[in-house]
Design a protein around this ligand. Structure first.
Ligand code: G
Ligand code: G
Ligand code: MN
Ligand code: NA
Length: 255
């Protein structure tokens, strides 16, 4: 109960907020999007990563509240970048299974986007592959379809670890797959890694899906992914997730 109250206060007071990590095109190097990632600025314990506090958020039943905070952070940042004329195409936000169970999700999202005067295409919804794979819940199914109809991009996060069927990928109008970091590590040195990434990319291409590799840490991995035809890359090798002001400086320098 005390923890729930602490988390709620952290969400209300802006102590839990978004950092942003760039996603860039392997062809042009241009920014294709930025992913919002939750961070807890704890007054005593310092910066707490989501791996530690997301399970607490889930246990406390605060997933929807976190989603609202992250969406607001992301759309506020995107509006600021627009006002500065930075030409950022979109911002990506992670959606939990709990949020996707809210029958009013699409309506709520459209309302927020309208409030910011942003087209739905400026928002990319990241959904974990295993959530799509387990989408036996009618509400989740109709929500993903509604978000896609609305015009939001749908990214399949942690792709390769969650067993989504090709049927569900089609049905949900997934736009881009986000190749899990476990396949990306040493892709330039390890033949088996290379073959798996090549197979995933070939499937993506044949299905007309865009591709993004996450967890790209070295120039060698970046170059290999480019050579294999991966569309976009994201990872410490390009930039770490950054606080919003630092992100703005990074975008300006990167142009
Ligand atoms: O930033 P980091 O690598 O520590 O994130 C760990 C995990 O937490 C990632 O898998 C990421 O998808 C998840 N995560 C980060 N921010 C959010 C968020 O705002 N909402 C949800 N549902 N998951 C998030
Ligand atoms: O939602 P997703 O699973 O894509 O979350 C990305 C997570 O991976 C974030 O928590 C982020 O901090 C982390 N991350 C981003 N880039 C790298 C990287 O190059 N290497 C590692 N190990 N983690 C990364
Ligand atoms: Mn993600
Ligand atoms: Na991931």
């Amino acid at each position: 109960e005390a923890l729930r109250e602490e988390l709620e206060a952290a969400l209300d007071e802006g102590h839990i907020r978004a950092h942003f990590q760039p996603q860039i095109s392997t062809d042009t190097g241009a920014i294709t999007g930025l992913e919002a990632l939750a961070r807890w600025y704890h007054p005593e314990r310092g910066l707490i990563p989501p791996g530690e506090f997301l399970p607490m958020i889930e246990d406390a039943g605060l997933c929807e509240r976190l989603g609202e905070v992250m969406l607001f952070n992301a759309l506020t940042a995107l509006s600021r970048w627009d006002k500065a004329g930075l030409g950022v195409p979109m911002v990506a936000v992670n959606f939990s299974a709990a949020e996707l169970r809210n029958p009013k999700l699409a309506e709520k999202l459209k309302w927020e986007l309208d409030r910011f005067g942003l087209a739905p295409a400026r928002l990319c919804v990241e959904i974990l592959e295993h959530v799509v794979a387990d989408a036996d819940n009618d509400v989740i199914v109709s929500n993903i379809a509604a978000l896609s109809r609305l015009g939001c991009g749908i990214d399949l996060d942690d792709f390769g670890t969650g067993h989504a069927s090709i049927t569900s990928i089609r049905r949900f109008a997934v736009r881009r797959i986000k190749i899990d970091r476990s396949f990306v590590t040493k892709v330039d040195e390890d033949r088996e890694q290379q073959q798996m990434v090549a197979a995933i990319l070939s499937m993506a291409e044949r299905l007309g899906l865009a591709s993004l590799a996450e967890g790209v840490e070295t120039p060698g991995e970046h170059a290999m992914l480019s050579q294999l035809g991966c569309g976009d890359v994201q990872g410490f090798g390009i930039a770490r997730p950054m606080p919003v002001d630092e992100t703005m400086d990074w975008i300006e320098r990167h142009r």
